[in-house]
Design a protein around this ligand. Structure first.
Ligand code: DX5
Ligand code: ZN
Length: 219
């Protein structure tokens, strides 16, 4: 069944707590925490996301889905493990070799946290296959990482179907999360392709009723 992870990246200034309470009430399945270091991607949301995460932990029991868009993965894991996330996902493109990827997987698991790997639009999905048996989720970016409110890249639908086909053929138990430009229209095609966790920021935060949009995205 499909779950929704609401990205809090574009939460309106001054409306943070109101928004987080409303999302808790609307029963988002996860809060999606977009951690950007100003190096791997241009924006720097690092401190803000740390603050938001600890605030959310105080007011909600809903799980945190941490998406690291950073170069220094180990440091970010150390910082964000403090907010007891449900899963920490890092970017394949931030690792210089296979050994570093496996080291990061091990490090996150040693911190008693689930681990995900994310791939940018231009990264071939085949590059992540060898890691799939060791992780809990593959995050297929459906926009170039770095900011919210972008349009869904339709060629990513085929990438999700290829990943889904591979995990089914190889009996790999793993979640497929998609992130970027997900709304009621694009959610249909990406669910059909095999995604079971949808990240949405703008589509939800701009909605009048969070519960309605979250339920519609899942249906
Ligand atoms: C982009 C982030 C996404 C983004 C999603 O780098 O990883 O999570 O905030 O926002 P929307 O749903 O507005 O594309
Ligand atoms: Zn994200």
């Amino acid at each position: 069944m499909v779950e929704v992870s609401t990205s809090i990246l574009s939460v309106k200034k001054g409306e943070e707590s109101k928004t987080f309470f409303a999302l808790e009430k609307a029963k988002t399945d996860y809060f999606h925490i977009d951690v950007m270091d100003g190096n791997f991607v241009e924006k720097d949301t690092y401190q803000k996301m740390l603050e938001y995460s600890s605030y959310i932990k105080r007011i909600s029991n809903l799980p945190l889905d941490v998406h690291l868009m950073v170069n220094d993965i180990k440091k970010a894991v150390d910082d964000f493990i403090a907010v007891d996330p449900n899963i920490i996902t890092f970017h394949l493109e931030a690792c210089k070799n296979e050994e570093e990827v496996f080291e990061n997987i091990k490090y996150i698991k040693e911190n008693n946290c689930k681990v995900g790997i994310s791939v940018k639009p231009n990264t071939n999905i085949e590059e992540v296959y060898k890691y799939l048996p060791y992780i809990h989720m593959c995050l297929v970016m459906t926009v170039e990482p770095g900011k919210g409110g972008q349009n869904y890249l339709s060629e990513m639908t085929e990438k999700v179907s290829r990943l889904k086909k591979y995990i089914d053929e190889n009996n790999i138990e793993i979640d497929i999360e998609v992130d970027g430009g997900i709304n009621l229209r694009t959610a249909e095609e990406v669910k059909k392709a095999g995604a079971n966790i949808l990240v949405a920021g703008t589509a939800i935060l701009n909605a009048v009723d969070y519960k309605v949009i979250i339920d519609e995205l899942k249906s």
